[in-house]
Ligand binder design. Structure first.
Ligand SMILES: Cc1ncc(COP(=O)(O)O)c(C=O)c1O
Length: 429
């Protein structure tokens, strides 16, 4: 009997439930599935575990999808719960759309637990873009207020700040980092030395979308607040939440926006905004609310009829994530990045653009070839090696590279396709 069959059989026969792993009612999980899932955290055989995880996804078997940083697939169980809700809502949509408050609250509680904060500080929304826009357009500005940001932040985030500059006369103070950067002191010093008595807000990208550099958010925030506790800190956590193991509450920031359809593998178009409790009353909601200056997080929830089936299904994605565990997931993701990088880093013409130090990078990795443009590499990898990925560049044109983002369902066999492709393309004259 194969390991997998033994495991499933054992799972079916597993004894009474461990209370630590309760399946939410909404999950509609079968008895067999519940037993299997309860056993998962105890599995010691790593490759067996990750094979099983992969079998829980319905991903392509003919193309290696290494652009999970763009948006990630949902495990089958999340797709099933989403389909379940969609069917249920379609019986009488208006009856279901406004009658699921208890489940919505439970989703917020579970997100809050994962983020290490209070549900009163969590607004569920569509994505990081919405979260960041909520903060940028929700603040009161005086002409000349200064915002510190970097040229390596996400393009649409920089664009939003540039619009605020045009509309409100805020002054953008741009920092620029040479990537990869592996020096906390240098990073912190760059932010703090840009502070003046006009500084209103500091923007930090927790894990950037170019080379996956992890920023020391906690240290930057502590240093900024030491200079002036009134300066607000906004974190773009699109690539950090449910990827690296941390709690938002430990970072000391005022606002944290993230997308749940990336590393948490929630339904497409699900995101989250954390606002420190004491800051809620000071931030205007993006969409009007009857009491826009209230200190109730629900004022950020008034964006009209929404995709509630998708939001309710977030709970199932959290369950999937928690079953594996944040620490184990982070370790696997870093292993996958190290796996392909260590196999190509010594090849002539290959330039690795991501840190190999665990504190500065996890799943996202970047490389370029000296003998070929990024666009051509992407095209050839897809056409000849069945590898799908993307290439990125920063605002300054100083940084460019192929971005490789495996996820927990990625197999080392797929990474071997990438490695083979890089080996061959690096030889082209
Ligand atoms: C750093 C960063 N911020 C924000 C976003 C926007 O995310 P979304 O499209 O989910 O709103 C992305 C998207 O990849 C990103 O990489």
């Amino acid at each position: 009997m194969t390991n997998r069959r033994k495991f499933l059989k054992k799972g079916c026969m597993a004894a009474a439930a461990s209370t630590a792993f309760t399946i939410p009612n909404i999950a509609n999980a079968s008895e067999k599935e519940q037993n299997v899932w309860r056993e998962l955290p105890q599995i010691k055989d790593e490759e067996f575990l990750w094979d099983w995880v992969r079998s829980e996804y319905s991903v392509s078997t003919s193309v290696a999808n290494l652009n999970n940083g763009g948006v990630s697939p949902q495990p089958k169980v999340v797709q099933e719960v989403l389909a379940h809700y969609t069917r249920e809502f379609n019986t009488i949509p208006s009856m279901h759309m406004w009658s699921k408050g208890d489940i919505s609250n439970s989703v917020r509680e579970q997100l809050a637990e994962l983020a290490g904060c209070s549900p009163e500080e969590i607004a569920v929304n569509r994505n990081t873009t919405e979260a960041i826009n909520t903060v940028i357009w929700g603040m009161n500005y005086n002409k000349g207020d200064e915002i510190i940001l970097t040229e390596q932040d996400y393009t649409s985030v920089m664009n939003t700040w540039e619009e605020a500059e045009a509309r409100y006369g805020v002054v953008l103070k741009w920092l620029s980092f040479e990537l990869p950067i592996e020096d906390d002191e240098e990073i912190v010093e760059a932010y703090t030395s840009a502070i003046t008595d006009k500084t209103k807000l500091v923007m930090i990208t927790h894990v950037n979308n170019l080379n996956g550099n992890i920023m020391p958010v906690k240290k930057i925030t502590a240093a900024v607040k030491k200079v002036n506790p009134d300066i607000k800190v906004l974190v773009d956590g699109a690539h950090a939440f449910a990827h690296i193991n941390f709690k938002i509450s430990d970072l000391g920031c005022d606002y944290y926006g993230t997308s749940l359809h990336k590393w948490l593998c929630s339904p497409f178009g699900t995101g989250m905004l954390y606002i420190k409790k004491s800051e809620i009353k000071n931030l205007w909601p993006l969409f009007t609310h009857e009491d826009p200056q209230s200190d109730d997080i629900n004022k950020f929830n008034t964006f009209g009829t929404r995709n509630l089936p998708a939001e309710l299904s977030i709970a199932r994605a959290i369950y999937f994530h928690n079953t594996i565990g944040s620490e184990r997931k982070e370790a696997r993701l870093r292993y996958l990045k190290d796996y392909w990088i260590t196999r190509v880093s010594d090849i002539p013409n290959v330039e690795i653009k991501t840190s190999m130090k665990p504190e500065y990078a996890c799943a996202l990795g970047s490389f370029s070839l000296k003998n070929m443009s990024d666009g051509e590499v992407a095209q050839k990898l897809y056409k000849n090696y069945h590898v799908h990925l993307t290439h990125k560049g920063d605002k300054t044109g100083k940084f460019h590279g192929m971005r490789v983002t495996p996820h927990i369902y990625t197999s080392t066999k797929e990474l071997d396709w990438l490695v083979k492709g890089i080996q061959n393309l690096a030889k082209v004259q």
